[in-house]
Ligand binder design. Sequence first.
Ligand SMILES: Nc1ncnc2c1ncn2[C@@H]1O[C@H](COP(=O)(O)OP(=O)(O)OP(=O)(O)O)[C@@H](O)[C@H]1O
Length: 611
Amino acid sequence: MSKMCQPIRALGGHICLPFGIKNTNLVEDIEFLLPVRFGEIPCSGCRGDVKNIKSLRRTDDDGRRTDDGRRAMTITHLSFAQLLPELSARLNISDADEVYIRRFFRKKDIQLIMKVFCDIRRSDTSSVADKLIQLLSRPHFQALLYAHDKVATHDYDEHIKAANQENGGDMVEEKIRIVQLIKRNEPLGVTIQRKDHTGTIEIARILHGGAAYRSGLVNVGDEIHEVNGIHFVGRDPNEIAQLLARLSGPVTMKLRPNIADGINRRISNVRVRCLFDYNPFEDPLTPCPHAGLSFRKGDILHIVSQDDPLWWQAHQERGVNSKSGLIPSRMLQERREILVKSNKEDGSGKRRRSRSLSPCRLSPRIPRSRRVRKMMYQAANNSEYEHGDIPTYEEVELLSPNINAPRPIVLIGAPNVGRNELKRRLIAWNPRHFVDIVPYTSRPKRPEEEEGREYHFVTRREMESGILARRFVEHGEFKGNLYGTRADSIQSAINSGRVCILTPSAKALPYLRTSDIKPYIIFICAPPLAKMKETRRKYDAMVTSDKGETFLFTDEELSAVVAKSSKIEAQYSHLFDKMIINDDLQWTLKELINITKTLETEPFWVPVTWT
Ligand SMILES: Nc1ncnc2c1ncn2[C@@H]1O[C@H](COP(=O)(O)OP(=O)(O)OP(=O)(O)O)[C@@H](O)[C@H]1O
């Protein structure tokens, strides 16, 4: 069927909505009009606008029926104004109704109605569409719509003003709004509070997307006087909350509207990455657990309201129809964490001393972490400091890939979990695309080494001045020599258009997570111990000793990898973009390759300061 026929299609449906409420023949007439199979309507040149429909002609005067037993009609080229009298006659619509229809419907309304019916008609589930149309065609439903439209389009203000003036103009009127909502298997979507000075109950919050919000009739600050005939003034808010929770079906509320800020619903567009897990049912502070939104660390939330400084409203970014709920605001969460920490300190009777940063692993070319004696980190210019020491939420935005400056991949994990093996394999898979970073050292060059291949060899003085000038993202000392990775080495790899692969210690993460480097952080997680044993033994995986000797993993070493992996995950998971469990090596590599491909083609959430 041509696109041009759509208005006619829609018109067939549209007719049933408002017409001929008092007309007893209406249902039959509509039944005649609605089941028209639109593919059967010849449309000779209407141009996609109802105004261009010029004539209406029934082709079934003799009662002819179409193949599926429905009666057919032809509608061609008639303007709505012309069409109406003909339809009125056909449907036996009273003059008054016709006047009403002419006045009530603007072109916009007609188009909207058309669109709705087009959608219904286009629906594949024709039985559902038919049922819906049947319901809409019922006289009592139409009477309801008719009454609603009459009331909705009437301007009562004039009458009220006139009445006021008649009464001397200074009458203080108490405005009460009666609102009816239908409550099904969902909460009303409001929280309430008692006004201290008056004792009245008022709406404290309206949950974005909930039943009250959707109605558009309830506002923050509205006083609730009655619900389903139950008087609310002077009652305990908890009792009222329970009462509201028990209600189902139609809920009629008598509200005293809050004129001041009722209509100012500010919608926030902020997206955040959650840096902690939250379950409202385990939160003793929540005003209403049922109104809360649970989330996991790493989830991206759309914050829809920050009006309340303690309880924000948010919904999950993923999932089209996810419901909004209350979450603790950043301020509330930070305060709570500070309180928890100070309680712990008080409980243990001693204050936690600030510890110096402990050693960590530096590069694949030097021995392992436990042998590195001293490590310092550069604390400048990193996004961790934006949300302080207490991870709550990180504001994020989508960042599109930039092929001229690809994001470095940072592999984080426990020592011996396999990060360097994966890095080697990834670079070997596509050496033109992936690149390793050559670290700096103050150690003298060995005969078999080449400047710029294993290391950049510099003097200790040069290394130290570089560290003081904050040129290193990670640096440490081993056996009297300094080692480190310079930020400009990473930067030049980025500028070369190649993806650099980094395997730093997790402790270096806050210092790598800068807007200059924009790393994509993947946690290489150890599988459960049994799987760890199975896979490492299958490949005869080797571990390197302090003296540089290699030997097969012992059970203790495998357990240590698993334990360390869990520890890193618990401490840093809020900074991870992705997690891969490294059990089968081939599978892990494949997964890694897929992730790098996606990263180069799709936008990803990054801290808002990076964009
Ligand atoms: N999925 C796997 N299955 C079997 N063996 C693996 C797997 N991943 C890594 N290995 C092996 O485990 C050993 C340790 O891996 P690797 O040296 O890459 O660890 P690492 O995480 O880089 O450790 P470090 O950070 O201490 O250098 C290597 O012999 C490697 O081949």
